[in-house]
Design a protein around this ligand. Structure first.
Ligand SMILES: Cc1ncc(C[n+]2csc(CCOP(=O)(O)OP(=O)(O)O)c2C)c(N)n1
Ligand SMILES: CC(=O)[C@@H](O)[C@H](O)COP(=O)(O)O
Ligand SMILES: [Mg+2]
Length: 628
C-alpha cells in the first residue's frame, strides 16, 4: 500500500496550491512520516524539521517560489521544503556522500534561495535580496524564517536594525519553539516568553477572527497614526512592541501548527507595506512523540529505531568531547579562576556538566561566538582564566575578537575547538577545516593539537596554566581508546614528540592531531615495503618545534607534513615557511598532505578522508611515489 499518496503527487510546490485545507492537513501527516522514516535511517535534524511542516505548507500555498525568495535560518528545519521542491525521490540519500545535503544549498535547487548552516544570517541575506529587488524594480516577496535560538545571534539584530530603518517590504517569520538546541537563553528569549504568556495570545488562539482583524491593511491610516504616536502605555501593553519600535509591523504570536490561520496571516502579510515580523509559536519535534518529549536529543540525531526512538548503544572509546568535559571539571576544582563559556552548545561541547557542577562559573551566551570571545577577554583582563569552547567552524565568526581582544592584549584565554577537521554528514558548512590556518598567524597565540584523548587532557591542563592566549583543537567523535591517566602532566610548550626515528630513513612524517595515528599506520605500511620512515607528533602548530624540523631535515631527504586542516595556510605551510626562511629548502624536499583548496562535501568521515587522500594506505602510496 502506498504510505504517502498525497506526497507522491507533488512534483513542484505549485501542486500544493491545488490541495484543499483538509488535504493539506493530511499532507502534513504524510510529510512527518516521510521525514521520520528517512532520518531514522540516515540521522539528521529531526525535531526542528518536524516543527515547521505546517509553516512550509502554508508558505508554499500562499507564495510563488522560486520567484518569491525563501531563506531558512541555519536551514536545519527545511526538510519539508526539500521534499516539496523536487527532492522527494532522492531524499533517502539525505546527508550521504553525493546525496541531498542537510541544509538549503543554492547548487542543489533553484528553490534554495540562500545557502545556510551557520545561524543568524537569514535576515541579512533577505534584506540584501529585498534591496536588490527594489533596485531592479521587481515585485517579488522575500521571506526569512528564523528560530528563537538563531535570533540570539548578533547578526540577526544588526539586520533587524537596518531593515526596520530602511522600511523595505520584507517578511520575517520568527519560529519560536522555546528552544535553541538546549534551553534557549537571554533577555530576548525571556521577552518572547512574556509575549506568549500575554493574555492576548491566549485570546487570539480562541478568537482567530480578532487576531486577523488586528492586522493592518495597506493604507490603513488609523494604524499608521497609532504607530507614529509612540505611546509608552501602548509600548508596554502591545505584544511585540520591541519589534514595532524598531520599525517592523509585528503580528502574533500565532499558532504555527494551525494551517488555515497561517495561510490567512501570510496572505495578509503579503499585502502589507514595509517590514513585517510574524511571530509563530511551534512545538519542536511536533507529531513524533519521542522527539516532542526529548527535543534536545532529536535536534540532530544519528540513526535510531523509529518505533522506540532509541539509538544504538554507543560502544568503544569515549569521545574527545566527554574527555574534555571531565578534564575541565577536574581542573576547575583546584583552579577556582577557571570559567567556561559556550555559545549555545552546552551539550555538544560537553560544558553542560561543568555548568551543573560550577553554575556560577558557567556561561551560555546564546548563538554569539563573537560576544563569547570578547566576554572571555573581559574576564581574563580582570584576572579569571576563561575556557571558551566552540565548534571549530563556528569559531570562524570570532576571528577579529580573537585577534583584537584576546591576542593583541595577550590575555590568558583558552579556546577549545571541538569538531576540528572533517565532521561528516553536516558537510562543508560544518567542517572545521580552517582553524590551524586562522590561528597560526595570530601573535601571542599557542596552538595545541593533541594526537589522542590522553594528550587532550594534558594539553588542556597545560593551556589553562598559561598567562597568554592558547587554543586546543580536537576532532568530532570517539578518541583512540588510549588509557587515561588520573593525573595531569605538563606538555613542554613548542616541543614535539618523536615517535619513531630511523637512522637511515628517507622520509620523516611530521603530523598533527588526528593525522598522527594515521601517519603511524602509514609508516607501518611503508615499513612492510622496506621503506623506513621517522614519525613525529608535532603537538604544536605554534610555536613550531624548529629544532625537531632541523634534526629531521638533517637525517631525511623528504619531509611530509600531515594535517586534517586546509593545506592553505595550515601546519604544512608553517613548515614550508620555516624551510624557506632557514635555507633548508635547498636540500630538503617537502610534501604537504591535508585538505585541498576546495570545500569538502558531506559523507562519512572515512569516505571524506579517502577523497582527500588521507587514509593510511593512500599516504603510504603518495610517500612511496614521491621517494621514487
Ligand atoms: C554560528 C552558529 N553557532 C552555532 C550553531 C549550532 N546550532 C545549530 S541550530 C542551533 C539552535 C537554533 O535554534 P533555533 O534557531 O531556535 O532553531 P530550532 O532548532 O529551535 O528550530 C544552534 C545553536 C550554528 N548552526 N551556527
Ligand atoms: C545545525 C547545527 O549546526 C547543529 O545542530 C550541528 O549539526 C550539530 O553538530 P553535532 O552533531 O556535531 O553536534
Ligand atoms: Mg528554537
Amino acid at each position: 500500500m502506498n504510505a504517502y499518496p498525497l506526497l507522491e503527487k507533488i512534483d513542484s510546490p505549485d501542486d500544493i496550491k491545488k490541495y484543499s485545507l483538509s488535504e493539506l492537513e493530511e499532507l502534513a501527516r504524510e510529510l512527518r512520516g516521510f521525514i521520520v522514516d528517512t532520518v531514522a535511517a540516515n540521522g539528521g535534524h529531526l525535531a526542528p524539521s518536524l516543527g515547521t511542516v505546517e509553516l512550509t505548507l502554508a508558505l508554499f500555498s500562499v507564495f510563488r517560489f522560486p520567484q518569491d525568495k525563501l531563506i531558512w535560518d541555519v536551514g536545519h528545519q527545511a526538510y519539508s521544503h526539500k521534499i516539496l521542491t523536487g527532492r522527494r525521490d532522492r531524499f533517502h540519500t539525505l546527508r550521504q556522500l553525493g546525496g541531498i545535503t542537510g541544509f538549503p544549498n543554492r547548487s542543489e535547487s533553484k528553490y534554495d534561495a540562500f545557502g545556510v548552516g551557520h545561524a543568524s544570517t537569514s535576515i541579512s541575506a533577505a534584506l540584501g535580496m529585498a534591496i536588490s529587488r527594489d533596485l531592479c524594480g521587481r515585485r517579488n516577496e522575500v521571506i526569512a524564517v528564523i528560530g528563537d535560538g538563531a535570533l540570539t545571534g548578533g547578526e540577526a539584530f544588526e539586520a533587524l536594525n537596518q531593515a526596520g530603518d530602511l522600511g523595505k517590504k520584507l517578511i520575517v517569520i520568527l519560529n519560536d519553539n522555546e528552544m535553541s538546541i538546549d534551553k534557549n537563553v537571554g533577555g530576548m528569549s525571556e521577552y518572547l516568553s512574556r509575549i506568549r504568556l500575554d493574555p492576548q495570545y491566549n485570546r487570539a488562539k480562541k478568537d482567530v477572527g480578532n487576531l486577523l482583524m488586528s492586522i493592518p491593511h495597506i493604507g490603513d491610516k488609523a494604524y499608521r497614526t497609532a504607530r507614529i504616536v509612540k505611546d509608552s502605555v501602548r509600548s508596554a501593553l502591545v505584544p511585540g512592541s520591541v519589534f514595532e519600535e524598531i520599525g517592523f509591523h509585528y503580528i502574533g504570536p500565532v499558532d504555527g501548527h494551525n494551517l488555515s490561520l497561517l495561510q490567512d496571516i501570510l496572505g495578509r502579510a503579503r499585502q502589507m507595506d514595509g517590514p513585517v515580523l510574524i511571530h509563530i509559536h511551534t512545538k519542536k519535534g511536533k507529531g513524533y512523540l519521542p522527539a516532542e518529549q526529548q527535543p534536545n536529543k532529536f535536534h540532530g540525531i544519528g540513526v535510531f529505531d523509529r518505533k522506540t526512538g532509541e539509538c544504538p548503544k554507543k560502544q568503544g572509546a569515549p569521545s574527545y568531547t566527554s574527555v574534555f568535559s571531565k578534564a575541565l571539571i577536574e581542573l576547575a576544582e583546584k583552579d577556582t579562576d577557571l570559567t567556561a563559556i559556550t555559545a549555545a552548545m552546552p551539550s555538544g561541547t560537553g560544558l553542560k556538566a561543568f555548568g551543573e557542577v560550577y553554575p556560577a562559573r558557567f556561561f551560555d551566551v546564546g548563538i554569539a561566538e563573537e560576544h563569547a570571545v570578547t566576554l572571555a577577554a573581559g574576564m581574563a583582563a580582570d584576572g579569571r582564566h576563561p575556557v571558551v569552547t566552540l565548534y571549530s567552524t563556528f569559531a570562524q565568526r570570532a576571528y577579529d575578537q580573537l585577534m583584537h581582544d584576546v591576542c593583541l592584549q595577550n590575555l590568558p584565554v583558552t579556546l577549545c575547538l571541538d569538531r576540528a577537521g572533517l565532521v561528516g554528514a553536516d558537510g562543508p558548512t560544518h567542517h572545521g577545516a580552517f582553524d590551524l590556518s586562522y590561528l597560526r598567524h595570530m601573535p601571542n597565540m599557542t596552538v595545541f593539537v593533541p594526537k589522542d584523548e590522553a594528550e587532550l587532557r594534558d594539553m588542556l591542563a597545560t593551556a589553562v596554566k598559561m598567562d597568554s592566549p592558547s587554543a586546543v583543537r580536537y576532532p568530532r567523535g570517539a578518541g583512540l581508546g588510549v588509557p587515561l591517566s588520573e593525573t595531569f602532566h605538563d606538555i613542554p610548550i613548542g616541543k614535539a614528540e618523536v615517535l619513531a626515528e630511523t637512522a637511515e630513513g628517507q622520509a620523516a612524517l611530521l603530523a598533527v592531531g588526528s593525522m598522527v595515528h594515521r601517519a603511524q599506520q602509514a609508516a607501518a605500511i611503508l615499513g612492510e615495503a622496506g621503506i623506513a620512515v621517522s614519525v613525529v607528533n608535532m603537538r604544536f602548530v605554534k610555536p613550531l618545534d624548529t629544532a625537531v624540523i632541523d634534526a629531521m631535515a638533517a637525517g631525511h631527504s623528504l619531509l611530509v607534513t600531515l594535517e586534517e586542516n586546509a593545506l592553505a595556510g595550515g601546519f604544512g605551510s608553517a613548515v614550508a615557511e620555516y624551510l624557506m626562511d632557514s635555507g633548508l629548502a635547498a636540500k630538503t624536499q617537502l610534501l604537504r598532505l591535508g585538505l585541498p583548496d576546495r570545500f569538502i562535501e558531506q559523507g562519512k568521515p572515512a569516505e571524506l578522508l579517502e577523497l582527500c587522500g588521507l587514509q593510511p594506505e593512500q599516504i603510504a602510496a603518495t610517500v612511496k611515489e614521491r621517494l621514487k
